[in-house]
Ligand binder design. Structure first.
Ligand SMILES: [Zn+2]
Ligand SMILES: [Zn+2]
Length: 279
């Protein structure tokens, strides 16, 4: 696949994400872009409650200052290479502190936002009212969050990252298999109507569900295939928090796109670099 539009990755983390190594800066990925064929990187760190940032010892920072202070490093990385950068973020619901956890005004600081509708087991202390060990409960929450994400209206482009991927659950196959084709059709029709981009994510090759001969998950291919049938737009996301998760990922993501029949016309404008960056 030689189309330049396929050489983007809009879901890349730096050390602003508490779960990434402290050494990961925007420029950390640059030495690997050529071999990965990456020409456009979207930095999309997590937005946390300020209290959580303080608990980790960053007491001088707020949830927004932590992210916005990254701009000079992104700018410097862009100027030091031929790789283009965009400035995004990955947002959540955080049910115990208010939802969704970024205002429309705050979203204007970014080129785009990714909504993590399936971060549920990432923050189990915020879901104490639910039995998260139950696949049925987790499936319902995952679906409900997706619907809620589709009901949002941000003034910047929004994508849903790792769609319907119940991160950290040992019951992924059961959860995914329990989502009917009719339900997928309903969910992705909503996303398509709202022009919400669907992510071609690393869950396709992670070993959370069995992988086929191509090293891809048929379960997550089924999910994306439903999105394609509904006319959704797509973007690529390695979800790398450090180079070792970046290297080797993009050929697999592109292969998945190829198998799904996703062409340049199916890619999100942001993934095609058709936005003016605010970096
Ligand atoms: Zn995520
Ligand atoms: Zn992420």
């Amino acid at each position: 696949m030689s189309n330049p539009a396929f050489f983007s990755d809009l879901h890349v983390h730096t050390n602003r994400s508490l779960c990434a190594p402290r050494t990961t800066e925007p420029a950390t990925y640059l030495p690997y872009c050529k071999e990965e064929g990456i020409r456009l990187i979207g930095i999309s760190d997590h937005v946390y409650p300020t209290e959580m940032i303080h608990e980790f010892g960053y007491t001088e920072e707020t949830r927004m200052s932590r992210l916005l202070s990254l701009r000079p490093a992104i700018k410097a990385a862009a100027e030091a290479s031929e790789v283009k950068f965009l400035f995004g973020c990955e947002i959540d619901y955080f049910p115990c502190v208010g939802a969704p956890y970024i205002s429309p005004e705050e979203s204007l600081n970014f080129d785009y936002i990714l909504f993590a509708s399936s971060h549920i087991l990432n923050y189990p202390h915020m879901y104490t009212a639910y039995d998260l060990s139950s696949p049925d409960v987790l499936r319902k929450l995952t679906i409900d969050r997706f619907v809620a994400a589709c009901e949002l209206d941000y003034p910047v482009p929004m994508g849903i990252c790792h769609p319907l991927y119940p991160i950290c659950s040992p019951h992924q196959a059961e959860i995914i298999d329990g989502i009917s084709d009719a339900c997928l059709n309903e969910l992705f029709s909503m996303a398509a109507e709202k022009r919400i981009s669907i992510e071609i994510h690393a869950c396709l090759y992670r070993k959370d569900t069995p992988l086929n001969d191509e090293g891809l998950s048929d379960r997550y291919l089924r999910i994306l295939s439903a999105a394609k049938a509904c006319g959704c737009k797509f973007h690529f996301g390695s979800d790398a928090h450090e180079p070792k998760a970046f290297v080797g990922s993009h050929a697999k993501l592109r292969r998945a796109a190829e198998l799904l029949g996703i062409t340049e016309d199916d890619l999100w404008d942001v993934a095609r670099g058709k936005v003016e960056t605010k970096i």
